[in-house]
Design a protein around this ligand. Structure first.
Ligand SMILES: [Zn+2]
Length: 346
């Protein structure tokens, strides 16, 4: 009987319609305002094909997966890129321009992040360029972990798709409606949120963590992911403190005297050869003890900076912008976009 009582209570719960809600709005919504009503949406998306001999066809558009498929079979592109959704069908943009109705502008595109393993060449010794192996691929895995968590927890996005970019890394597609409609300024602000690398490509010290405390996102990334990954995995898999590689770590210590103090400790350790522990682990512990001893006030962030330099996601910020085209080698993704559209709307 108790169960029945509960049921009764549930039935009597207040209706889900908020006070003052005008039900006519629902009629308007279902009668042409819900996303699935916009039949032109898919047809306004740009595709580009790169054909044999580098012939580049931009502004292709298709109304259905079948149409796209038959065009691909006919033209046999070597490479396919996906662009934004425009205000009008991109293949008819000239007709719109001639009619004086010059309204051809990009209006939507997923928020996309690109992470290439080749950008990690200065911190991996097993491979270089587009090559990857099971020792360096985990750098991608933790980049995904950091970015995915922040996009969900800090920005509230939920429709996030990770795909292998086909050659040397991963792409992240944030497909929430809110993300697709972001302006370039807003995209730049999100890109800035993730940026910790300063200075040029050849700058010795790429990471600078300023301020009295770490930003909560960076602190969480460090404590939950990067520190453990660096200490338990990367340190050993890349032999970061072996004799020929440890100088690079010393170069990240801004105070020369302290760097030479650490170096001396490492040398002493080698001479005594008492430690049966891995040299990488021993040297890392010695470095931490020296830098965190409290003697060197200006260096309190240095340990974190070293870990960030070696492990923090290295994002290609170019592709976040709305007008950029994204290479797609995974055909499933394109067909999936059509399927998702037909199932859920844009
Ligand atoms: Zn490798």
């Amino acid at each position: 009987m108790e169960i029945d009582d509960q049921k009764q209570q549930q039935l009597e719960a207040p209706a889900a319609v908020p006070e003052g809600f005008n039900t006519d709005y629902l009629r308007v919504y279902y009668d042409g305002k819900h996303p699935g009503c916009d039949q032109s949406y898919v047809g306004r998306r740009e595709f580009s094909f790169t054909l044999e001999n580098d012939i580049y066809l931009r502004f292709q558009s298709f109304d259905s997966a079948a149409e796209l498929e038959s065009s691909i079979k006919e033209k046999c592109p070597f490479k396919i890129d996906i662009g934004p959704v425009y205000s009008v069908d991109p293949s008819k943009r000239h007709a719109y321009a001639q009619s004086g109705n010059n309204v051809f502008v990009p209006v939507e595109r997923e928020l996309i992040f690109d992470i290439d393993i080749s950008d990690y060449d200065d911190v991996r010794y097993c491979c270089s360029g587009a090559d990857v192996c099971s020792d360096c691929w985990p750098l991608m895995t933790i980049a995904i972990k950091i970015l995915d968590t922040s996009l969900r927890d800090d920005f509230g996005f939920s429709h996030i798709l990770w795909v292998y970019s086909g050659r040397r890394g991963v792409h992240c597609w944030v497909c929430d409606s809110r993300a697709r409609k972001l302006s370039n300024e807003q995209r730049a602000a999100i890109a800035d949120y993730f940026r910790v690398y300063k200075g040029g490509e050849n700058a010795l010290k790429k990471v600078s963590l300023a301020g009295p405390v770490l930003h909560p996102f960076l602190a969480r990334s460090y404590m939950d992911v990067l520190k453990t990954f660096f200490e338990d995995r990367l340190l050993l898999s890349q032999q970061l403190f072996s004799s020929e590689r440890c100088q690079k770590i010393l170069d990240l210590i801004p105070d020369e005297n302290v760097a030479s103090e650490v170096h001396d400790k490492w040398q002493g350790n080698r001479r005594s050869s008492v430690s049966k522990e891995d040299v990488n682990v021993t040297r890392w512990e010695q470095l931490k003890t020296t830098l965190q001893s409290g003697k060197h006030k200006g260096l309190r962030r240095c340990v974190e900076e070293i870990v960030f330099s070696y492990t923090y996601p290295r994002l290609d910020m170019e592709v976040v912008f709305v007008f950029q085209l994204i290479p797609v080698t995974v055909m499933i993704l394109i067909l999936q976009l059509f399927r998702l559209y037909h199932r859920y709307g844009p």
